[in-house]
Ligand binder design. Structure first.
Ligand code: DGI
Ligand code: FE
Ligand code: FE
Length: 188
């Protein structure tokens, strides 16, 4: 599937604002992939589909999580987490993409996971720093992403967890595990 075909499919699923975000993630992910030695075509495809399920009704997301054997623990946490694993599922089912690396990058783009693959890191980070994002701390992560993918990622995960905690919201355990994994394995 080429870029135009993929973009046309997701455009129908998204608002204009979310579509522009998706294009920003795509461009950012391609640049990161080229810089850090990942497959730029896979980065492009994963970025295009990463928010594919963002606007499905919550009931549909919940049902798919239960029916398809995804971790039901997800349902106890913020529903914002659900579109990622369901997005991977629907990208395969409805768009026919079956590349496991691409699907995993979609699946883990919100929560992260310990031991993230290069492509997963790139999509998580591209989602966080694409040019349409404006929130405190994003420029620091953009700067880190120029030179150190893992440092940028660990700062992004840290910021997200701190943002949730400041609001008194629950944090999905995989997000904490991702943070621990990144700070405990980093070299300096
Ligand atoms: O879909 P996007 O808005 O582009 O971004 P996203 O997929 O990273 O998810 C949106 C939000 O999910 C993110 O801003 C914070 C929220 N969220 C809620 N609970 C958790 C969480 N994010 C993480 N990493 N962990 C959580 O437990
Ligand atoms: Fe998302
Ligand atoms: Fe996104």
């Amino acid at each position: 599937m080429n870029r135009e075909q993929a973009l046309a499919i997701v455009r129908e699923q998204l608002t204009e604002h979310r579509y522009l975000h998706t294009v920003g993630v795509m461009e950012t992910a391609i640049n990161l992939a080229a810089k850090y030695g990942a497959d730029t075509k896979k980065a492009e495809l994963a970025a295009i589909f990463h928010d594919y399920a963002k606007f499905r009704p919550k009931e549909e997301l919940r049902e798919i999580i239960l029916k398809e054997g995804m971790p039901s623990e997800l349902l106890e946490y913020n529903s914002e987490l659900w579109h990622a694993p369901v997005g991977a599922f629907l990208t395969e089912k409805e768009a026919g993409i079956n590349d496991k690396e691409v699907l995993d990058a979609i699946r883990y783009h919100t929560s992260g996971r310990p031991g993230m693959a290069l492509l997963e890191k790139i999509i998580y980070l591209a989602d966080y720093i694409e040019p349409g994002r404006h929130f405190p701390g994003v420029d620091e992560v953009r700067d880190l992403a120029e030179t150190n993918l893992d440092k940028a990622l660990s700062k992004a995960v840290q910021n997200t967890i701190m943002f949730l905690m400041k609001k008194g919201q629950p944090v999905f355990p995989a997000s904490f595990q991702t943070y621990n994994d990144l700070v405990m394995t980093k070299e300096d």
